[in-house]
Design a protein around this ligand. Structure first.
Ligand SMILES: Nc1nc2c(ncn2[C@@H]2O[C@H](COP(=O)(O)OP(=O)(O)OP(=O)(O)O)[C@@H](O)[C@H]2O)c(=O)[nH]1
Ligand SMILES: [Mg+2]
Length: 201
């Protein structure tokens, strides 16, 4: 089944997992550092400019924001973790929230870890991915902002990211996207569709 993200709507916000909607639909969670483009990805998937609040000020999304496609899917936008040099305290605070969220017993089908294609994943990113791997939550690293690189630079960067993932023991295939130019967005929708609905054509 092809997921029709054009039908995605805002559902609600929650300050913690106790206020979250019933987990009775497949859920995809967006995680990643602040400013990586999680909220922009919500808009790109939905093909809209204004569904999600995007800002040049890091730390825009402070609550857990839910979007959904009726009877099909929940898409959850988590607050981003530390901008630039995250303090240890900040990382711990985020991992507290992530911990709470990911361990709340919700059946999370998939986490998309948003990263900046121009940079090697940070220590906080590595901790996030290790956290997911330890809990056997499937995740896909999504390297965003590919429009910032030339074609050659992009290929070089993705080779570096594949090596980094391999070196850190993560056997997952990274995807390059740009929420701005929409490069890779259709491919991501196809990957998400076949991940969630592997048996349908
Ligand atoms: N050039 C470029 N800029 C992007 C892209 N995606 C997002 N941005 C910019 O990056 C900044 C942060 O985007 P957001 O979507 O708010 O990031 P976020 O991950 O939701 O950030 P928090 O809510 O703070 O966690 C904004 O200025 C976006 O316009 C992209 O693909 N290309
Ligand atoms: Mg956001």
């Amino acid at each position: 089944m092809h997921i029709d993200f054009n039908k995605m709507r805002f559902i609600t916000v929650a300050a913690d997992s106790s206020a979250c909607p019933e987990p009775d639909l497949p859920e995809i969670v967006l995680a990643g550092r602040s400013n990586s483009g999680k909220s922009s990805l919500v808009n790109a998937l939905a093909n809209r400019k204004d569904l999600s609040r995007v800002s040049s000020t890091p730390g825009k999304t402070r609550l857990v924001v839910y979007y959904g496609i009726a009877d099909t899917l929940l898409l959850t936008d988590l607050p981003g973790y530390g901008y630039a040099k995250a303090s240890r305290q900040e990382i711990q605070r985020y991992s507290g929230l992530a911990d709470q969220y990911f361990q709340s017993g919700r059946p999370i089908h998939l986490a998309l870890v948003l990263l900046d294609i121009r940079h090697e994943p940070s220590e906080a990113d590595r901790i996030m991915m290790q956290f997911l791997a330890d809990r056997k939550i499937p995740f896909m690293p999504i390297f965003n902002k590919s429009d910032k690189l030339s074609r050659a630079e992009r290929m070089r960067a993705m080779t570096g990211h594949r090596n980094w993932l391999h070196k850190n023991g993560f056997s997952v295939e990274p995807l390059a996207v740009s929420t701005q130019s929409r490069e890779g967005i259709d491919a991501l929708v196809a990957v998400l569709s076949s991940f969630l609905y592997p048996d349908s054509i």
